[in-house]
Design a protein around this ligand. Sequence first.
Ligand SMILES: [Zn+2]
Ligand SMILES: [Zn+2]
Length: 354
Amino acid sequence: MEKTMKAVVTYAPGDNRYEDFPFPELEDGEVLLKVKGCGICAGDLKAFHGGIRVWGTSEADRYMEPPCIPGHEFYGEVVDIKGEVPGIAIGDDVCAEQVVPCGHCHFCRTGKYWMCQRSAVFGFKKYANGGFAEYVKLPKTSLKHVLPKSFTKEQSVLVEPIACGMHALEQANIQHDDVVVIAGLGAIGTSMCNIANLKMPKLVIGLEVREERARRAREYGADIVLNPVECNVVEEIMKLTDGLGCDVYVEASGSPKSAVQGLNCLRNHGRYVQMGVLSDLVTADWNTIGDGKELTIIGSHLSAKVYPAVIRGIEKGLIRTDGLISHCFKLQDWAKAYETAEKDPTAVKIMLEP
Ligand SMILES: [Zn+2]
Ligand SMILES: [Zn+2]
């Protein structure tokens, strides 16, 4: 009989099943992890609900390759290695970067693996099944990082989302005289308040509607948190900056309204960073960028060469993780976990464990 493992398997939008799945077989250079935990990303929820960026408009432009196992925020213990994999040993706790680079496209060859033309992320492709499973196979080209033995499961699972936030801040190139606005204070936005604060700018301003998240972000390093429902954010930011506007606006909420707000509250020569995945098209006065303020518009995709820094930062206690994992569910209760992530007002980051 074929050896199997338990996994959550995606077949179609709205069709995830907890079932037996063929046990991963290793090829040369591959590593097998016994999964210890895996965070649920907003992208996993969007995929479940048939998000167009994942499912496309037809088979031709479909990113998702079902049936496959979702989950890219995983870590686990190395239980098998095939061939030579330098730096990785049986028994290590390891996480892999979310992107699985092809290794030979223009971007991979020039060291920009996170922009790999193939753009494969764990959990969306048959050849890169994710961590909502008992075991996950790390392909040869995947980027593996050994986690310190001292890491809790929460810390281990948060490395991926924190890395995405850290990359966005690196894209923003924060200076000590900058007023930095971070819009959307979920787990990543909250962590960005922490990391932005470590760069010692003039002011870190968070934008968030939920009071609980606002409170946590203040603990994490936001000097001020504004609620876009209760105040006019652009006016408040102008007041706080002598009418100039902020230097940096990091959009991490995924709301088109927040994107427009960003253009409006930036000062002349401000830097706009798009980090969140937007839920809809944005309608904005594009002149604000050119004829108006001479803005710099910057994209942020996944994370680039920051995992080691995130791991060091957590290890040194500079990067905080407390309170960012709000719930932990067993793998078979994935549906309840998804529902909690979407509906529970106390939810921040939710993780699954086998
Ligand atoms: Zn993620
Ligand atoms: Zn590539």
